[in-house]
Ligand binder design. Structure first.
Ligand code: 7RM
Length: 635
């Protein structure tokens, strides 16, 4: 266990320095000592940042499911690998041991083989958050098929586009899914998608809701009878380190979604090592990441990271508000969760509700709480820290992306100190740099720049599926020789990074660089405000001026708009300076958000610029109807 867990601040700095000076030695040792390989590598890494070519653990042979499952069977066979907590609290939870996981994954992998799925084939998984989703991913990995999980909230069009881009030949879906008070007709959506997706030969259907569905003969099969007839052992294919493990689509700012490709060995080493250290996972802990597995956070930190560490990971089918706003806290209490990982948008929505919803539950099993997905504003940070972490759990604000595969900037609990709204320090092996618009490195502190990473790490995506040029253009061209994240950040005097939002969110007002996050923090300080988003719009004299979209907690209580506007601007003025005052404030009932909870600023920017109708693709929003409302009432 060579340096696999980081236990002190001194050790962190030592490991960090080593990881930067001798990355090959560093990543070689971690891979050497903590995983099962059929054959070791010839070279730890070979890369070319200009061509965006990366080969980690070159020529090594392995199977990631051997590492996620088989190697735990001897000592941990009866340990719970996955706790399944259903949408409906009345329905019993399921506890799936490593032994059972082995059998389920083996059986499903045999079914896939019988259906003609071969190494390198793409399998689309369109399932709710039920155990079969985990089995499906791992069954693909067992036989070297490439999984492409599509979030079950996506429409038939979005599903079809994704299936077609990677030419999936098989789809695993279910008759339906439960989410809060809703039942979703997944099979119907698949049927519609497949009218436009000719590559799919076979659909395997999991029974979940018992809904009446159409089964197309010759194409659709119920999964359970096939599983029942299958062997419950399965040979793990020998996979090359750089064979693709999965494709996961991430929406670009324009154009069609990008199929980010992750390969096997590097992704395995990186997710395992970051999981262990960022969450301080110890044997017998129960870990819960609330993200849907349709997003990278669910891939890396509900499935792969935890299982690689032999952990118990919780899969939750439901939503934070069903049947009550206490659902998260109830689940933490019920399963004695030790590490809890969620998104700021969930925190803000729960912080809006009465405090009793959280206070009535015993959360004292928690040791570490985490945040991911967007900058966490100061008010949400404190609410999470005080009421969920009870001021005793380190709050790790983890910055990363689909493209990075795993966490790249984060505090390490009990090792490096946290600081509200700061993702803080780079993880070992990660060398962040801030670049200005003239492509010079920003060496001073407190200045916002483009957040880039200088050296590859094992978890970095390898390409965009069948579009390597787009991969190069998007991430490796603007700042040659570096990976460009598309995010802005600043560094404080001790080297902590604060992510300020997408760089297109940096607004230059009268020559001052302003990040939207700190302004939103200031606005959110106001007791009437639930949430806000700030964008820029062109201004004759200042270059840009600021437009704030503000959601109030209880609309009726705040009738004096003019006074409210004054108070909000006073807060901004106090916290950042008069330069950051808003030229316009529009009160809205909600903000346009993607299904993963990110505010779609592109739309707000258009509205602020006076656009009334052309908003581009808004199908990935959870609340497309809000766009009409905001634009109708725009100032
Ligand atoms: C993990 C994930 C990536 C984008 C990224 C950022 C934003 C994610 C944080 C964050 C501030 C954070 N992957 N983002 N984490 N911003 N602080 N801790 O979300 O591909 O879906 O999104 O999310 O803008 O570029 S993602």
């Amino acid at each position: 266990m060579n340096n696999y867990s980081i236990n002190s601040l001194e050790q962190y700095f030592k490991i960090y320095r080593k990881s930067i000076r001798k990355p090959k030695k560093f990543w070689g040792e971690i891979a050497e000592n903590n995983f099962t390989w059929y054959q070791k590598w010839d070279k730890v890494v070979e890369f070319d940042m200009q061509k965006a070519e990366f080969e980690w653990y070159k020529n090594a042979k392995l199977n990631i499911t051997k590492n996620c499952i088989d190697r735990h069977l001897a000592n941990k066979g009866d340990k719970t690998a996955i706790i399944f907590e259903p949408n409906n609290p009345e329905e019993p939870s399921k506890y799936i041991t490593y032994n059972e996981l082995y059998k389920e994954v083996s059986a499903l992998s045999n079914v896939l083989r019988d259906q003609g799925v071969k190494k390198g084939d793409r399998v689309c998984i369109y399932l709710p958050m039920i155990p079969e989703l985990a089995y499906g991913m791992l069954a693909c990995a067992r036989i070297g098929a490439i999984h492409s999980v599509v979030f079950a909230g996506f429409s038939s069009n979005a599903l079809s586009t994704r299936i077609n881009d990677s030419e999936c030949k098989l789809v695993i879906t279910s008759d339906g899914g439960y989410r809060g008070a809703k039942t979703i007709n997944l099979k119907g959506i698949v049927d519609e998608a497949l009218t436009k997706s000719p590559s799919v030969e076979r659909v395997l259907v999991v029974k979940r809701t018992d809904a009446e569905i159409d089964m197309q003969s010759g194409r659709d099969l119920w999964l359970q009878p096939l599983i029942d007839e299958s062997e419950t052992t399965s040979k793990a294919e020998i996979i090359d380190a750089e064979d693709p493990l999965f494709i996961l689509y991430t929406s670009g700012s324009t154009g069609k979604p990008k199929g980010m490709v992750h390969t096997t060995a590097g992704y395995m080493v990186f997710t395992a090592y970051t999981f262990k250290n960022v969450f301080n996972y110890n044997t017998d802990d129960v870990f819960w990441c609330t993200a849907d597995i349709g997003w990278v956070t669910g891939h890396s930190y509900t499935i792969y990271g935890p299982l690689l560490n032999g952990a118990t990971t919780l899969m939750f089918e439901g939503t934070p508000s069903y049947p009550t706003y206490s659902r998260f806290w109830e689940v933490i209490q019920k399963h004695k969760v030790n590490q809890f990982y969620t998104a700021p948008t969930a925190i803000r929505s729960l912080a809006k509700e009465r405090i009793e919803f959280v206070q009535n539950f015993k959360l004292d099993t928690l040791k570490v709480i985490g945040s991911v997905g967007e900058p966490i504003n100061e008010e949400a940070w404190h609410w999470y820290n005080d009421h969920v972490g009870n001021k005793k759990c380190p709050l790790v604000d983890t910055w990363w992306q689909t493209e990075t595969g795993g966490i790249v900037i984060s505090a390490i609990p009990f090792v490096t100190p946290t600081k509200p709204t700061y993702a803080s320090l780079p993880f070992p092996g990660i060398k962040p740099v801030l670049m200005d618009e003239l492509r010079n490195e920003i060496e001073v502190n407190q200045k916002i720049g483009n957040l880039c990473i200088e050296y590859p790490w094992p978890g970095i995506a390898r390409t965009i599926w069948r579009d390597h040029q787009r991969y190069i253009d998007t991430y490796f061209t603007k700042f040659p020789g570096k990976y460009f994240s598309g995010d802005g950040a600043l560094r404080d005097e001790v080297g902590y990074y604060r992510i300020t939002g997408r760089v297109d969110d940096v607004i230059i007002v009268s020559g001052h660089n302003l990040g939207t996050a700190p302004i939103e923090d200031a606005i959110n300080e106001h007791q009437a405000v639930a949430e806000s988003a700030v964008v820029g719009f062109p201004h004759d004299i200042k270059g840009n001026a600021l437009y704030g979209f503000v959601v109030l907690k209880e609309v009726g209580l705040w009738r004096d708009r003019n006074n409210l506007i004054k108070e909000i601007n006073q807060l901004i003025s106090d916290q950042i300076g008069p330069i950051a005052k808003l030229a316009k404030i529009q009160f809205v009932t909600g903000l346009p958000k993607t299904r993963s909870g990110k505010i779609m600023r592109r739309i707000l920017r258009k509205i602020a610029e006076g656009e009334k109708s052309e908003f581009g693709d808004i199908t990935t929003l959870v609340n497309p109807e809000i766009v009409e409302e905001i634009s109708r009432e725009s100032l």
